[in-house]
Design a binder for this molecule. Structure first.
Ligand code: NAD
Ligand code: GLY
Length: 356
């Protein structure tokens, strides 16, 4: 086992990302990342069954507690965070407790938010087990939960101490969840790296077969792009907003159809194409993105949720400023920008299914 290592460069809050096969049980990555002798592993009923026993010995000689959350986006709520906080209080966890998030983006976001809140912030480590979490949500310190009125409306920036990515865990992921992760991978190519986009076009079939080398390559490049953006703009004062390409539409879809109905990655996939439809780019470029999303087996159209409903849901997007929705659009593939200056008719067109 040899890991590919990256660093998220944030001064005294810098942290490593280790990517490799067999990482759950390998080396001292996990034990080294702990802040003290007490640790709470936050997972869910699905992932804990699959991977907790493999992970546990890697924590070393510390007190280990496990909380198994119910599975699903519908449980990404304040009350789930409350249940983690209750467990920490019950077990008299001190300031040096470490919360280890073992699971997908939901577990990571919820556990990270609990870590940000408990005693005004304790250590946490991300052990992401979905493709989406390995390429996106485990890196960068965005934590939080949904509110019935909007996606990820309640949260905090709280960076992990370490991100440990075991690519082997992807072997048990369902095809649907795997494809949802590919949406975020495609996003990086679309906003920042056309060479990577070309590589994805060439290797999509191999990726869908979960070829370990192709997967490691896609995860590495995605993390590299995210790490650079986060190091430059941790709190999303500017450039980091580009990582939300497709997300203004995507979050509106998730909120409108009901959390968990469309997977986050599926909503982002359709959302990226809606953003591309609003962008002043060549048809051939737009079509390139549609073809890649289609090849990944992801939705190319929004749900028939109604343009008015989607518009309403977008009003609570975190990028809204002075009541104006701000979109991430493309100048061309590989070059994205944020703007509140858009053609309303183009937005209307983007919100309607094309029937393609
Ligand atoms: P998820 O956490 O719901 O996981 C998807 C499903 O896969 C779940 O049923 C889970 O139990 C299961 N699962 C996880 N790992 C598995 C494995 N190895 N084998 C088998 N099953 C496994 O969904 P997700 O797609 O990982 O994450 C989506 C969430 O991430 C959304 O809430 C989204 O808002 C959030 N997100 C956050 C950020 C961020 O920067 N914090 C970025 C992108 C997305
Ligand atoms: N997923 C967007 C971000 O981390 O900023």
């Amino acid at each position: 086992m040899s890991a590919y290592n990256l660093t998220v460069d944030l001064g005294d809050r810098s942290y490593p990302i280790a990517i490799g096969s067999g990482m759950l049980s390998a080396g001292s990555y996990l034990a080294d990342a702990l802040a003290g002798s007490q640790c709470l592993v936050v997972s869910n009923v699905t992932v804990a069954q699959l991977y907790f026993q493999e992970l546990k010995p890697s924590l070393g000689d510390v007190t280990v507690d496990l909380i198994e959350l119910p599975d699903g986006e519908a449980h990404k709520t304040v009350s789930t965070v409350q249940s983690i906080l209750d467990r920490l209080v019950e077990s008299k966890a001190g300031r040096d407790v470490t919360i280890v998030a073992l699971g997908g983006g939901v577990v990571g976001d919820v556990a990270g938010f609990a870590a940000a809140c408990y005693m005004r912030g304790v250590a946490f480590v991300q052990v992401p087990t979905t493709l989406l979490a390995q390429v996106d949500s485990s890196v960068g310190g965005k934590t939080g939960v949904n509110h019935p009125g909007g996606k990820n409306l309640i949260g905090a920036f709280h960076q992990p101490r370490s991100v440990i990515i075991d690519t082997d865990t992807l072997s048990t992921l369902s095809d649907r969840e795997f494809r949802a992760g590919l949406a975020e991978v495609i996003k990086y190519g679309a906003i920042a790296d056309t060479e990577f986009l070309g590589w994805l076009e060439e290797n999509m079939a191999t990726l869908l077969n979960r070829d370990p080398e192709a997967l490691a390559c896609a995860i590495r490049r995605s993390c590299e792009i995210k790490v650079d953006v986060v190091a430059e703009d941790e709190r999303e004062a500017g450039k980091r907003a580009l990582l939300n390409f497709g997300h203004t539409f995507g979050h509106a879809i998730e909120n409108t159809v009901g959390y968990g109905e469309w997977l986050h990655g599926e909503a982002v996939a359709a959302g990226m194409l809606m953003a591309a439809a609003m962008s002043d780019i060549e048809d051939a470029e737009r079509q390139r993105l549609v073809s890649l999303v289609e090849a990944a087996g992801l939705p190319v159209d929004p749900p028939a949720a109604g343009a008015a409903n989607l518009r309403e849901a977008m009003k609570l997007d975190k990028k809204v400023q002075s009541n104006k929705i701000r979109f991430v659009l493309l100048r061309r593939l590989g070059d994205a920008f944020v703007t509140a200056d858009y053609d309303d008719a183009a937005l209307d067109r983007a919100l309607e299914p094309t029937g393609a």
